[in-house]
Ligand binder design. Structure first.
Ligand code: SF4
Ligand code: SF4
Length: 421
């Protein structure tokens, strides 16, 4: 993460255009400058001072979802994710933009006490009648604000970082120790998934450590042009997770896992941490990836409802983890498995994209919902909190009776149904 975009990265692109058909923003506009190839040309022109950092340039960098579908499609191995994140750091250092978004990301999200305090207030607000009144007023005053407010998921009843014990021992067999990240967004909105994650790991013979002084992984800041905060967070997590002496670090959020697998690169120039960060990243596993690679108990019960799998961008494209979660979903759905067309196409969540670029995100969500409806699925499984919230909000908006669940929730539920837990 520097304030320049690396020439080596920029010159990898051979302009073949094979990435264009998989790019969701190019599909929205049909405009070359909204494609991976077009954006790389723009970045190169700015780096060579042939064009200044214009509003149009900044808009294209912000419009990109950082979904990395183009990386999967690219035959030349262009590291597009690194390129766009470097471009955003370059934009922030050139423009020094101050905004509510920057304040929230740098001063709230990364401070767990502050985040949980604010989330606690939001929880009280959501459970009061005031929120219904506010929604009604917003519906009259501004459809846009009403829609944004409506998509906010319910804040968790309690946060798992506070309620889960620091160490949870397996009941019967003992296979080793894993450490789990509870996350910021995941814990605020989906604390139950953290609990389900621990239940499934323990059921499979793993001793689970929840390091209480863990911090936000830093991905939201890294994806939004901050080249400094994520390094501090990465250093802190390396210190904290090392002390657990765990063999693996199991991450149930695709965005967090993708970034923690990059800690080795993020801290590559930090003499005190480069080796340790590389060792850290080597231990990181996505939840489904970990279970399938190490072997897991088949629940012996099935969903008994049409079930489809939506592939989160930061799992399938950034981490290249696809077959493992698919295997779990196919197994638990059995004859009720439904193929989701364009399963690897971004749902529009993309970190905080659905908040800061709401209208573009809605267009992508609508496309996803058409595919979900056509699949006939009543359960949609996905491994990222952003996708869970986004697809659930799409289902709510359309009045569809669809449950959106994490693989950990599905497995935990089926183990219980089969009397294992
Ligand atoms: S597929 Fe790769 S090499 Fe081809 S235009 Fe896209 S980024 Fe460039
Ligand atoms: S990251 Fe996604 S939105 Fe951005 S250029 Fe690549 S495919 Fe398009």
């Amino acid at each position: 993460m520097t304030n320049r975009i690396s020439d080596d990265l920029l010159t990898q692109c051979m302009h073949c255009g094979l990435c264009l058909s998989v790019c969701p923003t190019y599909a929205l506009t049909g405009d070359e400058k909204s494609s991976p190839r077009g954006r790389i040309r723009l970045m190169k022109s700015v780096m060579e001072s042939r064009i200044p950092v214009t509003d149009a340039f900044v808009n294209e960098m912000d419009f990109c979802l950082d979904c990395q579908a183009c990386e999967t499609a690219c035959p030349a191995g262009v590291k597009y994710g690194e390129l766009v994140e470097s471009a955003r750091i370059f934009v922030e250092s050139s423009r020094k933009r101050t905004s509510l978004k920057v304040f929230i990301l740098r001063k709230v999200v990364v401070r767990r006490r502050v985040l949980n305090f604010i989330a606690g207030i939001a929880r009280v607000y959501q459970s009061s009648r005031v929120d219904r009144l506010v929604l009604r007023l917003l519906n009259i005053a501004s459809k846009n604000l009403y829609n944004k407010a409506r998509q906010l998921p319910k804040v968790s009843e309690s946060f798992s970082i506070n309620t889960l014990p620091e160490v949870i021992e397996p009941k019967d067999e003992w296979r080793g120790t894993v450490a789990v990240l509870t996350g910021c967004v995941m814990d605020v909105f989906f604390a139950d998934i953290n609990k389900d994650t621990v239940d499934v790991l323990v059921e499979n013979g793993w001793r689970v450590v929840i390091p209480k002084d863990q911090v936000c992984c830093g991905s939201l800041n890294a994806h939004n042009g901050d080249g400094i905060t994520p390094k501090g967070l990465a250093r802190k997590n390396v210190d904290v997770f090392e002390r657990t002496a765990a063999e693996y670090y199991v991450i149930n959020s695709a965005g967090c896992g993708a970034f923690m697998k990059q800690y080795g690169d993020v801290l590559a120039n930090d003499r005190g941490y480069s080796e340790r960060a590389r060792a850290f990243s080597a231990k990181v596993r996505d939840f489904s990836e970990f279970l399938v690679q190490t072997g897991y108990k088949k629940p012996g019960a099935h969903t008994c409802k049409p079930t489809a799998y939506h592939e989160a961008c930061h799992l399938v494209h950034a981490q290249k983890v696809s077959s493992e979660p698919s295997e779990i979903v196919r197994d638990v759905a059995d004859k009720d498995y439904r193929t989701l067309n364009e399963a690897t196409w971004c749902c529009g969540s993309a970190g905080i994209y659905n908040v800061v670029r709401y209208d573009d995100a809605v267009k992508l969500l609508n496309r996803k919902m058409v595919n979900i409806k056509n699949s006939g699925a009543e359960i949609v499984v996905t491994g990222n909190p952003g996708c869970l919230a986004q697809i659930a909000s799409g289902a709510k908006k359309e009045g569809l009776d669809i449950e959106v669940v994490h693989p950990a929730t599905l497995l935990s539920r089926l183990y219980k149904a089969n009397g294992s837990q």
